[in-house]
Structures are given as structure tokens and as C-alpha cells.
Design a protein around this ligand. Sequence first.
Ligand SMILES: C[S@@+](CC[C@H](N)C(=O)[O-])C[C@H]1O[C@@H](n2cnc3c(N)ncnc32)[C@H](O)[C@@H]1O
Length: 453
Amino acid sequence: MKRTGAKKARSQNPGPAPEKKPGYAPRAAASKILAAVVDRKTPLDGMLDSEHGNGAYRSLSAADQSLCRALVLTSLRHKPMLDAAIARLLERPLPSGARALAHVLTIAAAQILYLDIPDHSAVDIAVEQAGADPRNKRFAGLVNAVLRRLSRRKDKTLAELENLSPIPDWFRERLVEVYGAEKAFAIGRAQLTPPSIDISVKSDAEGWAEKLGGTVLSTGTIRLDKPSGAVTGMEGFDAGEWWVQDAAAAIPARLFGDLTGKRVIDLCAAPGGKTAQLILQGGDVTALERSKSRLRRLEQNLERLKLSAETICADMMEYQPETLFDAALVDAPCSSTGTVRRHPDVLWTKDFADIEKLADVQYAMLNRALAMVRPGGIVIFSNCSLDPLEGEANVARLLAEREDVERAAFPPETTGPISHLLNADGAIRTTPADMLDGATGLDGFYAVAIRKL
Ligand SMILES: C[S@@+](CC[C@H](N)C(=O)[O-])C[C@H]1O[C@@H](n2cnc3c(N)ncnc32)[C@H](O)[C@@H]1O
């Protein structure tokens, strides 16, 4: 019986799968990951993780993982432009069920238009991808024709796409409503440029800038000009001399100024970039964080930096301090739309309803933080959203609903180089289209100080 079964199995075996072209696997993984982001709203960070990420990504070599990452990021950064370029070459739209095929085309078009990859490999592998999927086999000829035409009219297409906004409609429309058409366009285009690596140092910014090949910005952040290799391998990392922190993300904690002799609570603390700043500004710091694993990461970061804080794993909405604090920072969980340059998936996984929900959560957090400071104490509320519902509108609501709080001015020495980023209400508002020291390249951030009376 056993022998017969084995024989039967052998006779049904279709034989080894045909060899795929070199470069097939990273492109197939990229198409799958793009589908997960766009169609199933799965955040990218978790999927592009060598240990716990998407299976197709994990099985790639290190070099193929970085190609896959570049393919997905480039496709997301330019998605509406790629969709427009492909649509112009199709006689009729793809059937609505052909989502997988659409992603194969997007990944291939991104290579042809925006990456330094020979067009023929992009075309051949996309045709092979279509042919390997029984649902898309019949479109292999179409894929070939469309991509070859795109390759032939590359320069013309790029010129035609110059004036398109590379962000999804829901977000573009919201930006136009809030910031006006011109600034909305500039913010959209800013996400096409991958961000530089910015670091915060414990001390001697000039010295570290020289050692690491960077420039000291007027806020004290060092912007690395041409970082090569992993940041963790760079001088001073193991010694705990610096940490990675976007120039805009470094602004909110600095706005407290000198914290010597003050008890400060950082209420949404992990991974701890701002906790480190509060300690270095002289505060006696308590770092509170709801996620156990993220708090562990914060503790490891502080250990590396040789900085100390009391750490508490708790939900800030439930935590009851024994003694009120002099100051609190709420760097609240938000829509993260200010980080589109580094997380271009955000705009494809979230929508306006998420912004509305998050705004309410943050409003409750701001009120809770005010309950934890003494009269006269200051709360700085910040987030990396571009939407005023999560920032300005929450503060307006707070001031309208409560008489025991007021706006507080930031200490003047903290806003010198960034006074152009103060809005009419004296809060900081940055966008990826704003300049610092004459150059663009900032995450979007909001930060405001509120005094409890
Ligand atoms: C924007 S991140 C904070 C980044 C951090 N301030 C920094 O600069 O490194 C928000 C953090 O708040 C945490 N968080 C969200 N809701 C919370 C809550 N109710 N209580 C405490 N922490 C919370 C999240 O787990 C996340 O780590």
C-alpha cells in the first residue's frame, strides 16, 4: 500500500517549478507587500523586518531585502504618479479584480521611471510575474506592451508627471483645505525626498559633527551629510554619545528650556528620544509608557546613553502619581502624517476617520496630563501629525472648555532659531515643506505649552 501511494504521488508530481529569473524574488515580495499596504492597510514597518516581517521578505538575502525595500518605498512615494502613467498607456482600465496585476505594474513602472535599474529587467520580470499567476496569465502580453511603451516614452512621461501631487486624494484635499493649494503641493512633493539622518548628541555637537561628517543645525541637531552603512556601526553609537532623532522631533522637549530641579513626567515615552533630552536639560525624569516591549526598548536606549530616569509601565489614562509634577510632556500617539517622508505607507493605511478618532484620544490625554501637574506646572503637548484637528483644534477646545488652564509662552531662548515656525497662537507647527537653516527637510510636528492655573 505504502509503495503504491508513493508511486501515485510521484506520478502526480508536476516536477520542479521552473527556475525564476534572478531578481524575481525581491520584485514578487515587493508586489505582495505593496498589496498588503494599499489593499489591506497593513503598516509597512512590521512587514519590512528581517526577523518578524512578511514571509516573502524574510526569505530574501540581505541585498534582495534592500532592493525590495527600495521598490516598495519608491512605489508608495510616487503611487498616484505611477498610477497615472500606467492608466495613460492602457486602452481600458484593468478589471477591478486584477489588484495583484496592478501592483506588479506599479512596481515595474517605479523601476523604469524612478530607480536606476535596467528597464529590460523590470519589464521581463513583471511579465514573468504576470505569467506565474493563473489569474493574470492572460495579461502577460499586455504587461509587456505597456511597460515597453513606458520605457520608450520615459522622459516625456516624467515631464508630464512633474505637476502631479504624489499623495492620495483624501490627504491632498485635506492639506489644500488646511494649508492652501501651494503649500499642500509643496508638502506632497516633499515626501518624494527620503529624509536625511538627524542625530541628537549628549554634548559637543561641533565635535561630533566633524567626526561623523555632518552639519550642526541652529537647533543643535546634527544632520549627517552622507551616512554610509548602519548607524549602529558609527563612531559614538555604542559609547552612547548620540541617538537618531529627526530635527523636528527634537523640538518639543527643548521647548521646556532648563529643567534643573524640576520633576518631569514623559507620558508617552518610548522609544525615549525625548526622555533623553529632558534628562539632559536637567530634569528629574519619570518615563511612562503603556507598551511593555517599547518601554524595554526605552530602557535599553537610556542604558546605552548612560542616562537615568524612573521608568513606569502604565496606561497614562489610569496612572495616579503620588505627588504632582512640575512639568509633563505628552508626545501623543497620532496619525503620524508628518512623517510621510520616512513612512510613505501612512497615507495609504489611514484615512480622515482615523484622524478624527485620534484627535479625540489625544484630547483626553492632554486633559489627563494636566491632572498630573501642580498649579503653575507646564504641559507640553506634541504630535507628528499635519492635521490641526489633532493639534490646534484640540487646544482651542481645551481653552474653550476649561478656565483653569492657559497657553504658556516657550522660554525665548528655546525658539530663537525656529521663531519662523511659531504660529499665530505661539505654538510650533512644522511641515515637511518648511525650512530650517535655509534647507527643507523636517518632519511635520505640532507642539504647544499649556499652564495649569
Ligand atoms: C509618538 S510615540 C512617543 C515617542 C517618544 N516620545 C519619543 O520621542 O521617543 C507614542 C507612544 O505613546 C505610547 N502610548 C500610547 N497610548 C498610551 C497611553 N494611554 N499611556 C501610555 N503610553 C501610551 C505608545 O505606545 C508610543 O510608544
